[in-house]
Design a protein around this ligand. Structure first.
Ligand SMILES: [Mn+2]
Length: 317
């Protein structure tokens, strides 16, 4: 059976579907899925390819009435006065990494040029590389990454674009002026040289243990007022009890509320210009709690975009 690349599923929270090649009028947020970018192995199945639809599906029940009060947002589930669309899943394939990267970069660029905030559902952690590239003319940018791992490998299996390298590739993009990495712990693929390179570049590394000790406030403090930010969340940055649906669980991760507070802190002082959530592995999930948690990050992100749009309208009027 041929692998489906563009599934027809319900949109996230039942928002209107959107064709990015025909974006008219003011649209605030566009959600899109990318099951693949640069897989570690071009044959076989990607561990995170089912994630975009699993995330959408997890909110299907709640989507029946988006006026319900959402305590994590201190507002309705879908904020009033904001136009959110779902562009579905890009036609990515495991076997076409170069084309996948082009699709992700160009689609995100179209969304950004329409002054909307792209929300990208991966896919593994290679998906953010072309996503960051799309912001070339929208910088200078601060990247805030939630991840257990450093992701600073120069290459892996001969490729510079896999899930082991997104932060090193980000550091090479001139429009990225600041990188903050939160949630590091345990054992990943990095060696000391990778860590040294990251620190030399100026990355602020805030291990998971520091978040437990001091909360998320010091992370938000690293972001200057008015900074343009992209939030990139690797699901393994969260504790496995919060998101069990990951490839390699690492004990001692962030909690759900940490991420809520991170979004609130950023929305209050900076501008969230893009969000991605990657590395959700639905086949490893427990009762759908991981997919639901990832979906709740997206709900929160939409709420933050709504509040910053209100702030921008007040500032510019
Ligand atoms: Mn990662």
């Amino acid at each position: 059976m041929a692998r489906k690349t563009q599934k027809t599923v319900d949109t996230f929270l039942g928002v209107p579907a959107c064709d990015v090649s025909h974006m008219n009028g003011r649209i605030d947020v566009v959600i899109m899925g990318a099951s693949h970018a640069t897989p570690l192995s071009p044959d076989g199945a990607s561990h995170a390819q089912e994630a975009p639809d699993a995330i959408r599906r997890s909110m299907k029940e709640a989507a029946s009435d988006t006026t319900r009060w959402d305590f994590d947002q201190d507002g309705p589930l879908l904020p009033a006065g904001i136009d959110v669309r779902d562009a579905g899943n890009l036609a990515t394939k495991q076997s076409t990494p170069g084309r996948n990267r082009d699709l992700i970069r160009e689609t995100a660029r179209v969304i950004l040029n329409a002054s909307a905030v792209p929300v990208l559902l991966g896919g593994d952690d290679s998906v953010p590389i072309p996503f960051f590239e799309a912001f070339e003319t929208h910088g200078p940018l601060t990247i805030i990454q939630v991840d257990a791992h450093l992701d600073w490998r120069e290459e892996r299996n001969g490729s510079r674009h896999t899930f082991s390298s997104p932060m090193r590739r980000a550091s090479e993009m001139p429009w990225i002026e600041r990188i903050i990495q939160v949630g590091m712990r345990g054992i990943g693929g990095s060696r000391k040289k990778d860590l040294d390179d990251a620190l030399r570049w100026g990355v602020r590394i805030i291990p998971a243990a520091d978040v437990r000790r001091h909360g998320i406030g010091p992370v938000v403090d690293c972001v200057p007022d008015g900074a343009r930010c992209v939030v990139t969340i690797d699901c393994d940055g969260l504790d496995p009890s919060v998101i069990p649906a990951v490839l390699v669980p690492q004990p001692g991760g962030l909690n759900f509320i940490d991420v809520m507070e991170l979004f609130d802190g950023l929305a209050a002082k900076a501008w969230i210009e893009g969000i991605d959530v990657v590395e959700l592995v639905p086949s490893r999930d427990v009762n759908g709690i991981g997919a639901l948690t990832a979906a709740r990050f997206i709900c929160k992100a939409i709420g933050c975009v709504a509040s910053q749009r209100r702030r921008r309208d007040v500032t510019s009027s």
